[in-house]
Write a protein that binds this ligand. Structure first.
Ligand SMILES: NC(=O)c1ccc[n+]([C@@H]2O[C@H](COP(=O)([O-])OP(=O)(O)OC[C@H]3O[C@@H](n4cnc5c(N)ncnc54)[C@H](OP(=O)(O)O)[C@@H]3O)[C@@H](O)[C@H]2O)c1
Length: 309
């Protein structure tokens, strides 16, 4: 079958190549991949991994063979799934508890935006507890995680301040539920019960000045790659505030992946979550689109169809 394979010493960091079919373990289904999405973090994963490794965490497709354990969706089910890797392929082995069945009307492209970005949006927001009437600030609001987090926070009753990097990124964020959209975190006013921080550097330093006493800053990314200097004195206006780090694979119990993916697809099905797909292309265009994502050139998510010859 065809798959993207890591080629750290080749002319391109990955290439589409013929590789052996997956061999699912006892509790893994075999899934035919129709669409997958790309995450900023995956762009930096090539250099960390060996030649021949197959990237790809976010997939949507059809179950070809149910897990031999009898658990999880049956053959023929349309599913979304989170895998550790190997998803940028025609077929992939998926643990039975890492999938959710797609309701009618939820397409593969939309569903493929959910695993990493949707779970991150949902679970970082949970660190804020009950959000009704609380002020939530979201950095990187026009990005893959950000556009989903804005919607889930607004649906939870929060007053959402969306932080964007440049004016054209404001498009559509109020329609998604943002109360206000600000250009750069330095333009945000007042204090916030919860801050989702993924830019790092100066943005994280400013977030400390904006958090409420006993409020929470969830640090889940460092898109700027800049370090932050902080000291205890920075928390003078926010005593007992908390900085919470976050990693989507380990943030909650392993068996929660299926139910949380099912929750996210149900929000799409009932119309309260609209994945923002900035680019949808054939997987042949992955490298070119990846460069655009790296350069902040794509609003929302980049999605790929595994077009077959
Ligand atoms: N810890 C975890 O488990 C976890 C999970 C998912 C993602 N992440 C991380 O969270 C971050 C957001 O992920 P994503 O998939 O939403 O990424 P994305 O789609 O590329 O969005 C990132 C957003 O951050 C903004 N940004 C602000 N400063 C930036 C800078 N200096 N360089 C690049 N972007 C900057 C961009 O804003 P503009 O569009 O306004 O330019 C962009 O919309 C990434 O750093 C990612 O690695 C972590």
């Amino acid at each position: 079958m065809l798959a993207f394979v890591n080629t750290p010493h080749g002319p391109t960091p990955i290439e589409l190549r013929d590789i052996p079919e997956p061999s699912p373990a006892h509790d893994e289904a075999l899934v035919d991949v129709h669409a997958f999405s790309l995450n900023r973090g995956e762009l930096s994963s090539f250099a960390r991994n060996k030649d021949g490794w197959v990237p790809g965490q976010d997939i949507a497709g059809v179950v070809l063979r149910q897990a031999a354990s009898g658990k999880g969706p049956a053959a023929g089910a349309r599913v979304v799934a989170l895998v550790d890797d190997s998803g940028w392929a025609e077929r992939v082995a998926v643990p039975s508890h890492r999938m959710a069945v797609l309701p009618d009307g939820v397409c593969f492209a939309e569903a493929s935006t959910l695993p990493v970005a949707g779970l991150t949006a949902l679970r970082t927001l949970r660190h804020g507890g009950a959000l009704v009437g609380r002020r939530v600030l979201i950095t990187g609001a026009a990005g893959g995680v950000g556009t989903l987090a804005v919607q889930i926070a607004a649906r939870s009753g929060a007053q959402v301040t969306a932080v964007i990097g440049r004016p054209d990124r404001a498009a559509g964020l109020k329609e998604l539920g943002a109360t206000e959209v600000v250009g750069g975190i330095s333009a945000a006013q007042g204090r916030f019960a919860l801050i989702l921080e993924s830019a790092g550097g100066e943005s994280l330093a400013r977030a400390i000045q904006l958090v409420e006493p006993k409020g929470t800053i969830v640090v889940y990314g460092n898109s700027s790659t800049e370090p932050t200097t902080l000291s205890f004195a920075d928390f003078r206006g926010a005593p007992n505030a908390r900085i919470q780090t976050f990693s989507y694979f380990t943030s909650e119990a392993e068996e929660r992946f299926g139910p949380d993916l099912a929750l996210l697809v149900s929000l799409i099905a009932d119309g309260s979550l609209k994945p923002q797909i900035g680019v949808e292309r054939s997987w042949q265009d992955l490298l070119q689109v990846g460069d655009r994502l790296r350069g902040r050139g794509i609003p929302g998510k980049a999605v790929f169809r595994t077009d077959r010859p």
